[in-house]
Design a protein around this ligand. Structure first.
Ligand code: KIV
Ligand code: ZN
Length: 383
């Protein structure tokens, strides 16, 4: 099975979620958990952005072993100096430098010509190479950039020594088939692309970040940049857990090195330290991702989990799925829960208790074990 590298940017792009700010200890705790999850690369932060951020990247670089540790730098020398200063004691450091390549960004934000942008990108990569053999270059807003120009920039930075070329869909604008096609065409048209790692970095503005990442993988991308719980600017980044599990469940011939049994724990940790809750119906890690409420589904799952579960909850580190008793539940689940609680009822007793259960379920969203005890007491003390 061919491997796709997982580049986790929870601590950099994920931390750009509005309202999120992690201190050094919190970042270190998450980085250690990401190492247990066995991601290939941890982007630890953007060292030039603040002294605390610098310290966090330095601490992670010095204490977290296993994954490559990356730090972000604009394509300017002072950012690259700061990134290297923070990274220099890492086991496997990577400097990640970037500049925008779309017309709108070059004209309105950078106020630079195409020639100036290429020159700055090349100089930044050459400068970073003096420090570090592993240099990633990103063309910000690549999906809204002129294709010929994008090819020129990528060819030039590869010649300057970049080892990883990243294609960000910075504003989440791409459609999956379009993005897949872009990756395929870049592989065909950029000189030296066969000698470097081709990476993608998708934002979720149209809810397509995971789909775009998967289309890219199908079209030859080697690395996917993503975050735990899909955290990130605006609508967030591609969710790591969704990409990893899609590749594992559907066996498309490409897999990751991620230890999926650590996924749930990592999601919980990131949610508690960032203060960003996970929506209940979030794929893979939401509270309802392995919960069953309707009688038909519960009956199926009790007979054979694969009737309604395409993956085992154990694969992501849960102990099992959850049967939720509510107004849609049927006799199978009701009886099973009573047995688990130690009650063996006759057929008539079960019918009577079940009728009471349905009465209560019409008034209450979820029936707890305490409610079940009360139903039994109520049903049989009034015999
Ligand atoms: O979305 C983006 O373009 C980025 C780059 C810095 C890689 O986060
Ligand atoms: Zn981004």
């Amino acid at each position: 099975m061919e491997k796709v590298y997982i580049f986790d940017t929870t601590l950099r792009d994920g931390e750009q979620t509005p309202g999120v700010s992690l201190n050094v200890e919190e970042k270190l705790e998450i980085a250690k958990q990401l190492a247990k999850l066995n991601v290939d690369v941890i982007e630890a932060g953007f060292p030039i952005s603040s002294p605390g951020e610098f310290q966090a990247v330095k601490t992670i670089a010095e204490n977290v072993k296993g994954p490559v540790i990356a730090a972000l730098a604009r394509a300017v020398f002072k950012d690259i100096d700061a990134a290297w200063e923070a990274l220099k004691n890492a086991e496997s450091p990577r400097i990640h430098t970037f500049i925008a390549t779309s017309n709108i960004h070059m004209e309105k934000k950078l106020k630079k010509s195409k020639e100036e942008v290429i020159e700055q990108a090349v100089q930044a990569v050459k400068y970073a190479k003096r420090y570090c053999s592993d240099v990633e270059f990103s063309a910000e807003d690549a999906t809204r950039s002129d294709f010929e120009f994008l090819c020129k920039v990528f060819s030039a930075v590869i010649e300057a020594g970049a080892t990883v070329i990243n294609v960000p869909d910075t504003v989440g604008y791409a459609l999956p088939w379009e993005f897949g096609e872009l990756i395929r065409k870049l592989k065909e048209n950029v000189k030296g692309m066969d000698k470097v790692i081709l990476s993608v970095h998708c934002h979720n503005d149209l809810g397509l970040a995971v789909a775009n990442s998967l289309f890219a993988v199908m079209n030859g991308a080697d690395q996917v940049e993503c975050t735990i719980n899909g955290l990130g600017e605006r609508a967030g980044n591609a969710a790591l857990e969704e990409i990893v599990m899609a590749l594992k469940v559907r066996k498309i011939g490409k897999d990751t090195n991620v230890n999926t049994k650590e996924i749930y724990k990592t999601s919980k940790l990131v949610s508690s330290l960032t203060g960003v809750p996970v929506q209940p119906n979030k794929a893979i890690v939401g509270a309802n991702a392995f919960a069953h409420e309707s009688g038909i589904h519960q009956h199926g799952v009790i007979e054979d989990p694969s009737t309604y579960e395409i993956m085992s909850p154990e694969w992501i580190g849960l102990t099992g799925s959850r049967i939720v008793l509510g107004k849609h539940s049927g006799r199978h689940a009701f009886e099973k829960r009573l047995r688990e609680l130690g009650y063996e009822l006759s057929k008539e007793e079960l019918e009577k208790a079940f009728a009471k259960f349905k009465e209560l379920a019409d008034k209450k969203k979820e029936i707890t074990d305490k409610d079940l005890e009360a139903i039994l007491t109520n049903a049989f003390t009034q015999r």
